[in-house]
Design a protein around this ligand. Structure first.
Ligand code: ZN
Length: 179
């Protein structure tokens, strides 16, 4: 018996009617970057199906070095997958989604941040960089971070959005644009 037991039962239900998705470009031509928060599941919030969109999640949905590296790899992979059909003019849009009431917001408070750094061993600067106190501000900064990443393919566009926990509504803060 593990905490996973009920989830394994759900998986059993899922597998009964499952149809595999072939390896290929994601159908929605969008890569989502968002918070790991269980209140913000992009599959549910955006109605994503298997094969629709890769999702990169971390605390806050912040654009870190690891995130830009993943995006670069996904762009390379997308070009390779398309290679037999001739090089595509565009690959996908990176949609950065931050949300209201984010748990990382506590990290904007220096005292909380200091204690969190001591308890977790994560440097205070790293914790500060992950804080989303105002999602409208941080999502703009992070969309910019993707756009100015040196390894970003010119065939990838970037947009920024804020998800409101209270209403369930996503609002576009940064319109999609290419680097
Ligand atoms: Zn969050």
């Amino acid at each position: 018996m593990t905490r996973m037991t009920p989830l394994l039962e759900r998986n059993e239900q899922f597998a009964r009617t499952y149809t595999p998705v072939a390896l290929g470009p994601a159908a929605a031509k969008v890569v989502i970057v968002t918070c790991l928060d269980h209140q913000v599941d992009p599959a549910i919030v955006l109605g994503l199906q298997l094969g629709d969109a890769p999702v990169i999640r971390n605390a806050g949905g912040r654009v870190t070095e690891a995130v830009t590296e993943d995006i670069a790899y996904l762009a390379y992979l997308a070009e390779q997958v398309f290679a037999s059909q001739g090089p595509p003019a565009t690959l996908f849009e990176v949609a950065v989604i931050h949300h209201t009431q984010c748990g990382t917001g506590f990290l904007a408070d220096p005292t909380f941040r200091h204690r969190a750094a001591e308890a977790t061993g994560v440097p205070e600067a790293a914790l500060e960089a992950s804080a989303v106190a105002d999602p409208h501000t941080t999502v703009k900064a992070d969309a910019e971070r993707v756009l100015t990443a040196p390894q970003l393919s010119p065939k990838v566009s970037v947009s920024g959005h804020v998800y409101d926990i209270t209403t369930g509504r996503l609002t576009t803060t940064v319109d999609a644009r290419y680097p």
